[in-house]
Design a protein around this ligand. Structure first.
Ligand code: PEP
Ligand code: MN
Length: 341
């Protein structure tokens, strides 16, 4: 259920509604908007209804949330997209984020060099995988803890917040030491225990859409994180599997406006994994930015031909500044301004 408070509601009245929900075993998720506070009450609907909150001090109305995903639904924050703040960078609303970095952390030079390039070009956040989900168990699986250490060094030197993947809840503790945003890979979108654990950590999460997942499944996965009291979820479209074989995945650009209609959560687009080809990364990024994406996450490498993984899709670090400039212009078309520090 959704409890909409009056504009004049006091903090005590909000707290009283939260307490009363919790007394009947429902979890209350307040969302404090510019004008009104809305409280999502997740639990037994009958119990919440029996509280008779309609008419209670400060309460405007009590309405059911119609979608199966509750906290992720746009209904809970009417006309108010979530803006997530990461070390002074804003993601969502009128802000555009440029998240860039190598597919995987390979070495100190490669990681720090790329981080400097991203920073110099005005990037918002730095990405890089220490734990890599690879299709082949024989392929390079990432540097693990050593990779995290190099990411921490890049973060300390450039000041760029770090986005890195956690594939297994057993690695969460070390990942939390460096990750400003935890990436949940497409293959793990429906790993519910992992989602819940990341939810409990409270750390912002970038949730990638599974290659065969519907938007409703993506939003239900986001709900697993939100339900644990972590409101900081970024949705990421990274290409879906279709009958087309000319490129790796089909980037679902329609998902951008549709996710924004269904949810208040920011939408990030990954043009690199969708295309699998460097020459497609620029047009897809421009299209995503112009279509209203809240940011892109793109792979960049100083020497992609030597990259351990995803070489063919990584942008040359030398080309990144020009690329970033073009994407920033496309984002402006959609009314967004690059958020960097
Ligand atoms: C990645 O971002 O490096 C990655 C493996 O992406 P995805 O989970 O979308 O395949
Ligand atoms: Mn990759």
């Amino acid at each position: 259920m959704m409890i909409v408070m009056k504009e004049s509601a006091t903090e005590e009245e909000v707290q009283s509604v939260i307490d009363r929900n919790e007394e009947v075993g429902a979890r209350a998720h307040p969302s404090r908007g510019e004008e009104v506070t809305v409280i999502g009450a997740i639990g037994d609907r009958e119990h919440v209804m029996r509280l008779g909150l309609e008419g209670a001090p400060g309460v405007e109305q009590v309405v059911p949330i119609l979608k199966p995903y509750k906290l992720a639904s746009a209904q809970i924050r009417p006309n108010e997209p979530s803006v997530i703040e990461i070390e002074g960078r804003r993601i969502g609303g009128d802000h555009f984020s440029m998240i860039a970095g190598p597919c995987t952390v390979e070495s100190r030079d490669q990681t720090l060099g790329t981080a400097r390039t991203v920073k110099a070009a005005g990037g918002s956040l730095f990405r890089g995988g220490a734990y890599k989900p690879r299709t082949s168990p024989y392929a390079f699986q990432g540097l693990g803890q050593e990779g995290l250490r190099l990411l921490a060094e890049a973060r300390a030197e450039t000041g760029l917040p770090v986005v890195t993947e956690c594939m297994d809840a057993r690695d969460l503790e070390p990942v939390l030491e460096v990750a400003d945003v935890i990436q949940i890979g497409a293959r793990n979108m429906q790993n519910y225990p992992l989602l819940a654990e990341i939810g409990r950590s409270g750390r912002p999460a970038l949730l990638k859409r599974g290659a065969s997942a519907t938007l409703e499944e993506l939003l239900m996965a986001a709900e697993y994180i939100l339900k644990e009291g972590n409101p900081n979820v970024l949705l990421c479209e990274r290409g879906i599997r279709t009958f087309e074989t000319a490129y790796r995945f089909t980037l679902d650009l329609t998902a951008i406006p549709v996710l924004k209609e269904l949810s208040h959560l920011p939408v990030i687009v990954d043009p690199s994994h969708a295309a699998g080809r460097r020459d497609l990364v620029t047009p897809l990024s421009l299209a995503a930015a112009a279509a209203g994406a809240d940011g892109i996450i793109v792979e960049v490498h100083p020497a992609p031909e030597e990259a351990i993984c995803d070489g063919p899709q990584q942008l040359y670090a030398d080309d990144f500044a020009l690329f970033a400039q073009k994407v920033e212009q496309a984002a402006a078309v959609a009314g967004k301004v690059l958020s960097a520090v």
